[in-house]
Design a binder for this molecule. Sequence first.
Ligand SMILES: Nc1ncnc2c1ncn2[C@@H]1O[C@H](COP(=O)(O)OP(=O)(O)OP(=O)(O)O)[C@@H](O)[C@H]1O
Ligand SMILES: [Mg+2]
Length: 273
Amino acid sequence: MSDAYSDSRGNHDASIVNPRGRGTMVPGKATGERVETANAFLVGDTMSGGYGQGPDILHACTIAVDPGEIAVIVGPNGAGKSTAMKAVFGMLNLRKGSVRLDGQDITDLSPQDRVAQGMGFVPQTSNIFTSLTVEENLEMGAFIRRDDIRGTMEQIYELFPILKDKRRQPAGELSGGQRQQVAVGRALMTKPKVLMLDEPTAGVSPIVMDELFDRIIEVSRTGIPILMVEQNARQALEIADRGYVLVQGRNAHTGTGKELLADEDVRRSFLGG
Ligand SMILES: Nc1ncnc2c1ncn2[C@@H]1O[C@H](COP(=O)(O)OP(=O)(O)OP(=O)(O)O)[C@@H](O)[C@H]1O
Ligand SMILES: [Mg+2]
């Protein structure tokens, strides 16, 4: 990955070592369950909650992204990564904890009101309208806007030129990587202040994954902080200013992407050695 991301962008917080420790998940020096969120632009803070009347899936889980940064959430299947994202977006009733955006407590806002406040969210599944054309998908993304959306649409076509070529095609006819571009483009149509992506590279080839990551970096360089879940943990941590490893709805390891990539426990348990 490019040099611009190697040293200058790392976050400078000192994560606090968890005094309790947790079996095989004993935090290393750069890890811990409590996470420093003082500078966060968007934070889901010590969130606990589950679905409906069901048991808690999240247990004092904290995820956050600072201004100008890319934060990446990794962890095993079923760890609660998507649940944490949904909680931050207001799709889960929190039993404890709060969500703050740009210093404002938005815990009680509906997802739609969060969009109006500047949150863009691309969920893991069903993130495009397959029967609508590419352009109609982008128009749908702008549903909350009353101003002229053409400039934003042009920017999205510049970011993802293939979408311009295919703008009259039903989105359902596109490849997996192209659909993800539609989904990200749709979220960008609201002109978000922060972008949340749940597995934007799911099911795509390594080459397409690299291209998508490059586009995501490009978006972040326009000043939009990015909070994303990724299954390609190693590659994602390489571009992450901050990384979170979630296990069973809890923060297991937190640090800069670099720190997590270098952490023995994280390597052994989550990165295949
Ligand atoms: N809509 C739902 N209703 C009830 N339980 C759910 C729902 N969605 C997820 N769960 C449960 O919540 C837990 C965490 O699931 P979640 O989808 O958040 O994990 P994940 O880390 O995103 O996994 P993956 O890597 O497979 O995407 C799982 O036990 C799952 O069965
Ligand atoms: Mg998920």
